[in-house]
Design a protein. Structure first.
Length: 302
């Protein structure tokens, strides 16, 4: 941790984060510190909704080994205390670092990591929402959080995550799930009757993302509203398992019942229409069950 204390924190309103992350990504690729996992992708369609399903190619044996190393939880190992310097993009305020995901399945995958240890099951704080708002304000994209192991978290150290807009198809789950809602209604939870799992959306249509402190406070309030709508306490410690997804338009909270459907692990990105499996056999089972049924099975029925 002390190796990063001399780094001046990035201003929360700075647009430099995009350039810094791209520069860090290029350098980390050239040195081998960043080890992307190459995947194939197919689209599963259910009703009017489409889902991207990624899997490690049978030819990419080294990537399959990386997947095993990442998904097998090691309680004695914390990759964020401290993170690898070659993967560290910036200091964000006093409480957070922005770090590249070492084994990304999706390009330009960033982690927003607490500098001091906090549990992944601890409640999200005003500082967490400020950090997330600053990243979304600088780069748009999708922020997400896996609230504990049962919600798909692979590490016990608190970390929010971010992926760029380009990594999600325009008609994938998150955009499609919210398409029939009412963005003009702010401050209240909304529900999509077509989704068979318990959830709550809150519109962020009026947020001014150029003011990250105000946007962070609004995100925290929207999170509390969504949690209350699905019978969660936003300040519970520890929090029950849940997934959080945040774009510039919507915030979504989904309580979780379990981590896996059969042997397929589901994290927050599943509720953004992006699923990851180990091999093609799992895809056929997903196809037979239907992605909506899979996501409902790891959440709670409405």
């Amino acid at each position: 941790m002390t190796s990063f204390s001399a780094i001046a924190p990035l201003d929360f309103r700075s647009k430099a984060l995009l350039d810094l992350s791209q520069q860090t990504l290029r350098n980390a690729l050239s040195t081998g510190a960043l080890q992307p996992i190459k995947t194939d992708c197919c689209i599963l369609v259910q009703g009017e909704l489409s889902f991207s399903v990624r899997w490690v190619s049978s030819l990419a044996l080294k990537d399959r080994a990386r997947v095993n190393s990442v998904t097998q939880r090691r309680p004695d190992f914390n990759p964020f205390l401290p993170p690898e310097p070659a993967l560290t993009v910036a200091r964000l305020g006093d409480a957070h670092l922005v770090v590249l995901n070492k084994f990304p399945v999706i390009d330009h995958h960033l982690l927003i990591v607490t500098r001091a240890f906090e549990a992944q099951t601890a409640p999200l704080t005003a500082a967490d929402f400020l950090a997330l708002a600053s990243v979304l304000g600088a780069q748009a994209g999708l922020g997400f959080y896996n609230g504990g192991a049962l919600a798909g978290a692979s590490q016990a150290h608190k970390h929010l995550q971010w992926i760029p807009d380009a990594s999600l198809r325009a008609d994938d789950g998150f955009a499609a799930f919210s398409r029939k809602l009412h963005p003009e209604i702010t401050g209240f939870a909304q529900f999509n009757a077509e989704l068979p799992w318990r959830h709550a959306f809150v519109s962020l249509a009026t947020l001014d993302w150029s003011q990250p402190r105000a946007a962070g406070a609004a995100l925290q309030a929207a999170f509390a509203t969504a949690c209350a709508a699905v019978s969660l306490r936003a300040d519970a410690d520890p929090m029950p398992p849940y997934n959080l997804l945040v774009s510039r338009n919507w915030l979504l909270v989904v309580p979780r019942r379990c981590e896996k459907w059969q042997d397929v692990s589901i994290n927050a990105l599943g509720y953004a229409g992006s699923l990851f499996v180990r091999d093609e056999n799992q895809i056929e089972r997903l196809r037979a069950e239907g992605p909506l049924g899979v996501l409902a099975a790891v959440g709670y029925a409405r």
